[in-house]
Design a binder for this molecule. Structure first.
Ligand code: MF3
Ligand code: CO
Length: 248
């Protein structure tokens, strides 16, 4: 069942999204060789507490941390670690923020120091694919129109789209219907309605889209060890078009 949100509820989700976006802006300033995903996780816990918000991922299905920190070949759900980030790494920081009962979800990939041209291009294409998906998030379109726009652009640039993880509806729960794959044919799936709030969160890989899960039960890596990147926003579908609730 898809739970539609009122304009007032969307405003509450936007308040959660503002805190999340502010958090990402701070993380962007923090990231450099020598800083760890553990340091970032600590920072996020403190920042959210100061802003009257809580980290929804902590304790969700047993996930132990406030954030996911996914380095290089990690696709998503990497555990924060004390190992310092190295010059040339790429790292995706993902979190879900709860404020006054409502949620927002956003992941962002960052460059650590100076990265290779290949890594830079992967980040650029992945971010652009997110915005092309968002453009399709309009009343009357279908979920498949979002999926198709992302896949088409990703593959035109030589990248593969991860299949095992999707975007999702979000509200008072982290994962609601509808699910939002980042690949697939246009014109299929749920029709988009005013009041839906969804995440769009493409994960693009340089090599194969296949994933494998580490022994920790969470960390998802590319099967071939090549790089993966991800950008995610929480989007409200309104009569005036898509509204990015996690805009930085
Ligand atoms: N923020 C993520 C999502 O898009 C990942 C959730 S990880 C979990 O759904 F640990 F919270 F499950
Ligand atoms: Co999400």
């Amino acid at each position: 069942m898809i739970i539609l949100k009122t304009p007032e509820e969307i405003e509450l989700m936007r308040a959660a999204g503002k805190i999340l976006a502010a958090c990402h802006r701070e993380i962007a300033k923090m990231i450099r060789p020598g800083v760890s995903t553990w340091d970032i996780d600590q920072f996020v816990e403190e920042f959210l507490a100061k802003n009257g918000a809580t980290p929804e991922q902590k304790g969700y299905s047993g996930y132990p941390y406030a954030t996911c920190g996914s380095v290089n070949d990690v696709i998503c759900h990497g555990f924060p670690k004390k190992d310092p980030l190295q010059n040339g790494d790429i790292v995706t920081i993902d979190m879900v923020v709860r404020k006054d009962g409502w949620l927002a979800d956003s992941a962002w990939s960052y460059e650590v120091g100076t990265v290779s041209p290949d890594a830079k291009k992967l980040l650029e294409v992945t971010e652009k694919s997110l915005y092309l998906g968002i453009e399709q998030a309009v009343v009357g379109n279908r979920i498949g129109d979002i999926s198709h726009a992302i896949q088409t652009f990703a593959q035109a640039n030589g990248y593969s789209v991860v299949r095992d993880f999707t975007g999702h509806g979000i509200g008072k729960d982290m994962h609601e219907e509808p699910y939002v794959p980042h690949f697939g044919p246009p014109g299929r799936g749920q029709r988009l309605k005013e009041g839906m709030v969804i995440t769009i969160e493409p994960m693009l890989n340089i090599g194969t889209y296949h994933a494998k899960i580490d022994a920790d039960g969470w960390t998802a890596r590319t099967r071939d060890g090549q790089l993966s990147a991800q950008y995610e926003h929480t989007i409200a579908i309104t009569a005036d078009g898509p509204v990015i609730l996690t805009k930085q």
